[in-house]
Design a protein around this ligand. Structure first.
Ligand SMILES: [Zn+2]
Length: 206
């Protein structure tokens, strides 16, 4: 029940955010002024246009097909990456517990009279010493996101993806299109850059 409510809340939020975002935002540009092409719906028709009035309106389906076909041709067989949250790794609590144990045992050392008890205590302290040394050497890792490869290819998830998800996939692969319609001919230039992700891109802050 609770989980369903959360899922609904998340979905509603996502829908709100994507309303009004052009399906080609960050992807399609005017080759004359290099500005973002704008998306407009006019009744049944959707099209892209340059705000600086370069060229004529370009049918949206044409632009999107051009970009999506390029994407699927180049990257359709690649595996989809998934973002996964990795919690912080901090050994401070274990370290404090070990130090506290040492502090509790140390005063006893002076009160031991039997050799057996003294050697037991020494063993315990030595074990704690090792444990503290081990914990001190472990790196403290900050929480963050990492990307992991999934079993699905872009091709296999394409049909069930939303326009916004498709836009993200296209942008992630560095695809951009310069496109203009003059008279009745459409000129375009598509760039794709397969840039390997940098570590700082993969590990954002939480
Ligand atoms: Zn322009």
């Amino acid at each position: 029940m609770n989980r369903l409510q959360t899922a609904l809340a998340v979905r509603r939020q996502v829908q709100h955010r994507t309303v009004g975002v052009s399906p080609m935002y960050g992807v399609a540009f005017c080759p004359v002024c290099d500005k973002q092409l704008y998306h407009r719906r006019n009744g049944k028709h959707r099209y892209y246009y340059c705000q600086n009035k370069h060229g004529r309106n370009i049918p949206a389906d044409y632009v999107e097909k051009l970009v999506f076909d390029t994407f699927l041709e180049e990257f359709g067989g690649d595996k989809v990456m998934e973002r996964e949250y990795v919690p912080a790794e901090n050994h401070q609590i274990e370290l404090e517990a070990a130090v506290r144990a040492v502090e509790e045992l140390t005063p006893l050392a002076g009160t031991m009279t039997s050799a057996t008890m003294r050697s037991r205590l020494t063993e315990q302290l030595r074990a704690l010493d090792f444990e503290i040394a081990r914990l001190e050497k472990l790196p403290a890792r900050e929480a963050g996101w990492v990307y992991k490869e999934t079993d699905s290819t872009f091709e296999s998830v394409w049909k069930t993806s939303t326009p916004e998800q498709k836009r993200r996939m296209v942008i992630d692969k560095g695809i951009s299109a310069r496109i203009i319609k003059e008279s009745d001919s459409i000129h375009f230039y598509i760039e794709t850059q397969k840039i390997p992700p940098r570590p700082e891109d993969l590990r954002g802050k939480s």
